[in-house]
Design a protein around this ligand. Structure first.
Ligand code: NI
Length: 257
């Protein structure tokens, strides 16, 4: 079975049919889905959902573009909730230099603070990095002693960049992007990394794989991602599926059968 290691089922776009999607997970070959928060509100809903549903787990942290919302209140919330056994990682945290006017200094501070808090709970990270590979790698290297692995969420970088993250103990989260026609780098990377380096995710409702590109993404579409990865790597799909599930257990230690 597949685990969707990064999705936003707490997003408004699932208000109409969220319960049905969760109910159907196992039928759709999805063992579990990790629901990711990006701010205080969505972190709370991620925990609520994970508490209510055996197939859901939560990942909590502050998204880089919301770095200005990082205050004592948020920090206390994190610390109070990271002992919850259904919280499997801190995220999505990281750096995003895409939108004009981004505050690099504050993003980096907030990223570092959350890395250190995750370390107190020995938790892995779910990392968001957009147009910021160099600084993300630099910060991770500077904070190496605080790291407990995790996922580079929605990885679409080159094999060289992939190698750097893997050296730091991270796995690469692949989603819909690797099915896109223009995803040359992600495909090149998928051809050369080891089976043990791969995780699967959707980032739902975003980034639906082909042939659903542009539509709302859902955890069940990870089946299409798995198929594509097996095709790119010319591997047996079942062997790959089993290995990726094992990678998920290895990376997220609180995630249990
Ligand atoms: Ni996300």
């Amino acid at each position: 079975m597949i685990v969707d290691t990064h999705c936003h089922l707490n997003d408004d776009r699932f208000d109409e049919d969220r319960d049905l999607i969760v109910e159907n997970l196992e039928k759709d070959n999805i063992k579990s889905a990790f629901v990711v928060g990006t701010d205080l509100e969505t972190c709370k809903t991620a925990i609520e959902m994970a508490t209510k549903n055996k197939n859901l787990y939560a990942i909590i942290g502050l998204y880089p573009e919301y770095c200005e919302e990082y205050d004592e209140n948020f920090e206390n919330f994190l610390i109070e909730n990271l002992n919850n056994p259904k919280v499997v990682a801190v995220g999505e945290i990281g750096l995003d230099f895409h939108t004009e006017g981004y505050n690099q200094k504050l993003q980096e501070e907030v990223f570092e603070k959350q890395i250190k808090i995750a370390d107190k709970f020995k938790l892995p990270l779910s990392i968001h990095t957009r147009e910021a590979f160099d600084r993300t790698l630099a910060i991770l290297k500077e904070n190496k002693q605080y790291l407990h692995g995790g996922s580079i969420h929605c990885f679409s970088g080159s094999p060289e960049i992939a190698k750097e993250f893997i050296k730091l103990g991270f796995k690469l989260g692949f989603g819909g992007v690797c099915t896109f026609k223009n995803a040359k780098k992600a495909v090149d990377t998928l051809k050369v990394v080891e089976n043990r380096d791969i995780l699967i995710e959707t980032d739902a409702p975003y980034l639906a794989p082909t042939p659903h590109r542009g539509e709302r993404n859902e955890p069940k579409y990870t089946n299409l991602v798995l198929e594509k990865i097996a095709e790119i790597r010319a591997q047996d799909k079942q062997i790959l599926e089993d290995q990726i599930l094992q990678n998920t257990f290895d990376t997220f230690e609180r995630f249990k059968d």
